[in-house]
Design a protein around this ligand. Structure first.
Ligand SMILES: Nc1nc2c(ncn2[C@@H]2O[C@H](COP(=O)(O)OP(=O)(O)OP(=O)(O)O)[C@@H](O)[C@H]2O)c(=O)[nH]1
Ligand SMILES: [Mg+2]
Length: 459
């Protein structure tokens, strides 16, 4: 069971470990100020500690009298603080030795060392933020780029919570309609199954858009993984280098050059891609190459998408197309490379085999059409709703939303199959507590442990 007590006063260093210009120790709880005042002496004797106002003073170990540091102290009175409890921040120099001494003295006078995420947990339990906002604190701190930070801040600011609350209002409304239809079967109600169905449809669409926002979230946090796939010697490593704009991979005229895969980040039109160059897929000549190929297949299968390379100077693409068949279900851009060699590939024949997937002709060696390729990569693989719409960052959120979506769909199916309201009302009723869990109003220890376990101490 997940259990952080709320009653005692906690203390932690809230700035990163290590040396820096400033280090901040934070206390939260009823005794925060009395404990802090055991070791903090205002420079101006007798000055009052007013909430929200910085007071300059010295830090002292009362047993030794002599100060060991100078610091600002700020008191935030409950409930107007980060945690909603009485909070004190002591800002001193970012010296690990000094910060540790403040912790030692703080615990000597009754504070307890805080556990990971415990300040934010208190903010959540104090009702200042919900669970989505609490999680967004950690997302904001960890954001690898400003777009991810903006999205995380939007969640922290309550944007996602407000939309989920709106969703719940709609669900409750629809539930009301269905329950009215059950209760008063004979009366002429202003609702028809069609009304209800339309409502369910709208909610399903809304949930689906949110669920799709998980891919966008993952892309913001981790980047989109793109594997460069093709037979040996088609120019994969040359293209890899061209997209990275530096000679990262070894290129030789001999097939079977690349064995170990190479992974590099490259930013294409504001999205981070993890580009993977790997062994060409062919019947391997050696055990080393065989292992390289085995790993390549594995990586390609797990990638978010593939760039499938052909050597356009070749006449026959039969083997390439057979290989391409292995990746039927992958998002792909098909690339005919080496067009500088002047032989026009007979695309008529292959077109029927490649379906509707985008394809283009390039020269990785000369850089021909590289910009067009980047545009195609962006269009095909960049997550759609990064700019507009919601992004979600966590698998538990996606799974919870999928579960609600499945209930809506089941209800809609029962409804359109002509079943009476009693048959499907339960599915929809269940969504209300599911949304409560999503917002953290109904406690779910698994979710709490997952979220706060990820935080570092001091947050
Ligand atoms: N003319 C021309 N040659 C190219 C082009 N792209 C690659 N090559 C040449 O093709 C040969 C193979 O290139 P690589 O990039 O090593 O091919 P690869 O697909 O990585 O090969 P493996 O790692 O062996 O699977 C080299 O001699 C390259 O210079 C191109 O656009 N035009
Ligand atoms: Mg290579």
């Amino acid at each position: 069971m997940f259990d952080y007590s709320l009653d005692d006063t906690i203390i932690a260093v809230s700035t990163p470990l290590g040396r820096g210009g400033i280090g901040i120790v934070r206390l939260s709880g009823d005794s925060a100020l009395p404990i802090a005042l055991k070791i903090f002496r205002p420079k101006k004797a007798g000055s009052r500690i007013l909430p929200g106002r910085a007071v300059l003073g010295n830090l002292v170990d009362p047993e030794r009298k002599e100060p060991f540091e100078e610091a600002y102290l700020i008191h935030f009175r409950a409930p107007h603080s980060y945690t909603t409890q009485s909070v004190v921040e002591i800002s001193c120099h970012g010296s690990p030795v000094v910060l540790e001494e403040v912790l030692r003295l703080g615990t000597r006078f009754g504070a307890r060392l805080a556990r990971p995420g415990e300040f934010t947990f208190r903010a959540y339990r104090g009702g200042r933020i919900d669970i989505l906002q609490a999680e967004a604190v950690d997302d904001l701190i960890r954001a690898p780029n400003i777009e991810a930070a903006r999205k995380a801040f939007g969640h922290l600011d309550g944007g996602l919570s407000a939309r989920m609350a709106g969703l719940r209002r709609r669900i409750v409304e629809i539930l009301g309609l269905i329950e009215a239809a059950i209760e008063f079967p004979d009366e002429k109600l202003p609702v028809s199954p069609r009304n209800i169905e339309a409502g369910l449809e709208e909610m399903t669409g809304y949930l689906d858009a949110l669920i799709a926002g998980y891919d966008a979230g993952r892309a913001l946090l981790e980047g989109v993984t793109l594997a460069i796939v093709g037979r040996a010697n088609v120019g994969k490593s040359t293209l890899f280098n061209a997209l990275l704009a530096h000679e990262r991979a070894i290129v030789t005229p001999f097939p079977g050059t690349t064995r170990d895969f190479l992974r590099e980040k490259v930013r294409i039109k504001d999205v981070d891609f993890n580009l993977v160059d790997m062994a060409g897929l062919r019947r391997a000549a050696t055990a080393v190459e065989k292992e390289g190929i085995r790993r390549s297949r594995e990586i390609a299968a797990q990638a978010d998408g593939i760039l499938f390379l052909f050597d356009a100077s070749k006449k026959d693409f039969e083997e390439d197309l057979t290989l391409l068949d292995e990746f039927k279900d992958k998002k792909a851009v098909l690339v005919f490379n080496k067009i500088d060699l002047g032989r026009k590939p007979d695309l008529g024949k292959v077109r029927a085999r490649i379906g509707r997937r985008p394809f283009l002709e390039i020269s990785a060696l000369r850089g021909t059409n590289l910009e067009r390729l980047k545009a195609a990569i962006s269009k095909t693989f960049a997550p759609r709703n990064v700019d507009r719409g919601d992004v979600i960052f966590h698998l538990w959120q996606k799974l919870a939303l999928e579960d609600m979506g499945a209930r809506l769909r089941r209800a809609k199916r029962l409804l359109s199959d002509g079943h009476p309201e009693e048959m499907y009302v339960e599915e929809i009723r269940e969504i209300v507590p599911a949304l409560g869990r999503f917002l953290g109003e109904i406690r779910s220890d698994d979710v709490l442990a997952d979220i706060f376990g990820r935080f570092c101490v001091g947050k």
